[in-house]
Design a protein around this ligand. Structure first.
Ligand code: FE2
Length: 425
C-alpha cells in the first residue's frame, strides 16, 4: 500500500513516447488581481510566493506570480492591458483555471503528436523557446474544453524541473522575490534583489509558511465540468488527443440525491500520473451543481476543482481551518454511519482499519471512504471566489485510488444546502 504522497518515477525508456507526461508543470489561474490573489493563497493555503514576472522583468501586458508548495506550482496571472486574454476571461468567468501544463521530454514533439491526433492549437500556442545563457524553456499549447488549454513544457539547463523544484528560477522571464538564486539573463534585465515595497511582506509570509506548513504535496486530480450531453465528447478527446484511458466512471445512480445529480468519467494519462475526471450535469428535480457552475461560468466548460494531496489529512485540515479556509459542512449524522461503512469494507478486503483518530476526524469535519484497495480522507472547500465556480479538495490516500463515491450522497446534500443559500437550487 502506498501511503507517502510522492510522484511515480518515469522510466527513461518512456522518452520515446512524445505524450509521456512527466509531471504537472504548473496550473495557471487567470485572476483579477494577481498580487492580491498571491497573498490569499499564501495566507489561507500556505503557499510560498516565490517568483514574479511583471513590468519589472519586462512583461508589459501581464503580471504573473509563481506560488509553490511541495510539488505544486501555481501561476497567478492578471492582464495589465484590456487586450490580454486574462482581462477578458476574468470579466467572463471571474478567477479560474486557464492552463493545466504538463512537463514532457520534448514540448514540440508532444504538441505535434497531439495536433496529429486531432488537437486544435491554442491562440498563440505554436511552439516557442525562450532561452538565456542558463538554459531553455520550450512551450506549446493546445485547446481543451471551454477556454482552457494544456501547455506542453520541456526544459533544459538551469530551467529543468529538478532545479525548479529546488527553488530555481522558473523561466528566463521570472525573478525570485526573496533574494534567492540570482537569474541574470544575457540582457541583464533581471536581478535577484527582493522587490521594493513587497519584499518585506513576502519574506514574512514565506517565513511563516516555512515554519507552519500546511503539508500540501501535489495535484492529485483536476476535475472539468462540461455541458449536458458533452461528457463523452471530451472523454473521446482525452482518449484520442492525449492518449488517456478511462480509469473509472460514475452515473447518476451513483451520484444523486432526491434533488440533483451528475455523471462523471475519470480520464487517466498513460502512466497513471495525471487524473482528470470530467463531469456533466444529469437531470434531477432541482439544479445540478455542475449546471450551477456553468450558469456562473458563461455556460462554458471549465475546471471545477483541483484535488491537492497530503500525507496527513488531519494536520492539513487543522492548519487550513486555522488560517480561515471555509470548508463544506456535513450533516452531523454523517458520522453515525461512516465508521461501520468504511471499516467493514476495509476488513472485507484485508486492509487495516482507519488509523486516524475518529473523534478528530469528526471534529475537523473530514469525509472518509474506502474501496477494495484501502481508504481515503477528503474535504472540499467552499468556492475560492465570489462566483460558485472553482474550489479545492484536500485528499489523503491510504491505498484507495477512487474518488469518494461513498460520500457523494452526503456531500451532495451539503452542496445543495449551499446552493439553496445562494438561491441557485
Ligand atoms: Fe475530486
Amino acid at each position: 500500500m502506498t501511503t507517502a504522497a510522492t510522484m511515480p518515477n518515469i522510466a527513461p525508456s518512456s522518452q520515446s513516447d512524445p505524450l509521456q507526461l512527466i509531471d504537472v508543470d504548473y496550473v495557471r489561474f487567470h485572476v483579477g488581481n494577481a498580487k492580491q490573489a498571491a497573498f490569499f493563497y499564501a495566507h489561507c493555503f500556505g503557499f510560498q510566493i516565490e517568483q514574479v514576472s511583471d513590468l519589472t522583468t519586462g512583461s508589459r501586458d501581464s503580471a504573473t506570480y509563481l506560488l509553490t508548495q511541495g510539488n505544486i506550482r501555481f501561476l497567478l496571472t492578471s492582464g495589465l492591458t484590456v487586450e490580454h486574454p486574462a482581462s477578458m476571461e476574468v470579466a467572463m468567468y471571474g478567477d479560474g483555471v486557464k492552463d493545466v501544463a504538463f512537463t514532457v521530454f520534448d514540448a514540440e514533439r508532444a504538441f505535434d503528436r497531439a495536433v496529429k491526433n486531432g488537437a486544435s492549437v491554442a491562440p498563440g500556442g505554436e511552439p516557442r523557446t525562450i532561452r538565456d545563457t542558463h538554459g531553455t524553456v520550450t512551450t506549446a499549447s493546445i485547446r481543451t474544453y471551454g477556454r482552457c488549454i494544456h501547455t506542453f513544457v520541456s526544459r533544459t539547463g538551469r530551467y529543468d524541473l529538478p532545479t525548479i523544484k529546488q527553488g530555481g528560477v522558473f523561466s528566463p522571464s521570472f525573478k525570485r522575490l526573496d533574494g534567492g538564486i540570482a537569474n541574470i539573463p544575457s540582457d541583464g534585465a533581471v536581478g535577484c534583489a527582493p522587490q521594493s515595497g513587497m519584499g518585506t511582506s513576502i519574506l514574512s509570509i514565506n517565513d511563516y509558511n516555512r515554519k507552519n506548513p500546511c503539508g500540501l504535496k501535489y495535484v492529485d486530480h483536476l476535475v472539468g465540468n462540461v455541458e449536458l450531453g458533452k461528457m463523452n465528447h471530451w472523454v473521446k478527446f482525452y482518449e484520442d488527443v492525449l492518449e488517456f484511458k478511462m480509469f473509472m466512471h460514475f452515473d447518476d445512480k451513483d451520484i444523486s440525491t432526491e434533488f440533483s445529480a451528475l455523471m462523471s468519467k475519470v480520464m487517466s494519462s498513460g502512466n497513471g500520473l495525471i487524473k482528470m475526471p470530467i463531469n456533466e450535469p444529469a437531470e434531477g428535480k432541482k439544479k445540478s451543481q455542475v449546471q450551477e457552475f456553468l450558469d456562473w461560468h458563461c455556460n462554458t466548460p471549465g475546471v471545477q476543482h483541483l484535488a491537492l494531496r497530503t500525507d496527513d489529512e488531519l494536520h492539513s485540515i487543522a492548519a487550513l481551518r486555522s488560517r480561515g479556509v471555509d470548508f463544506l459542512t456535513l450533516p452531523p449524522a454523517y458520522y453515525d454511519k461512516v465508521w461501520d461503512r468504511v471499516n467493514t469494507m476495509l476488513k472485507q478486503h484485508g486492509h487495516e482499519a482507519v488509523r486516524e483518530d475518529h473523534n478528530r476526524v469528526r471534529d475537523l469535519g473530514i469525509l472518509v471512504d474506502s474501496d477494495d484497495e484501502g481508504y481515503l480522507l477528503q474535504l472540499f472547500t467552499k468556492p475560492l471566489q465570489d462566483r460558485p465556480t472553482l474550489f479545492f479538495e484536500i485528499i489523503c490516500r491510504r491505498g484507495a485510488q477512487s474518488f469518494g463515491k461513498g460520500n457523494f450522497k452526503a456531500l451532495f446534500e451539503a452542496l445543495e444546502l449551499e446552493q439553496e443559500r445562494r438561491g441557485n437550487l
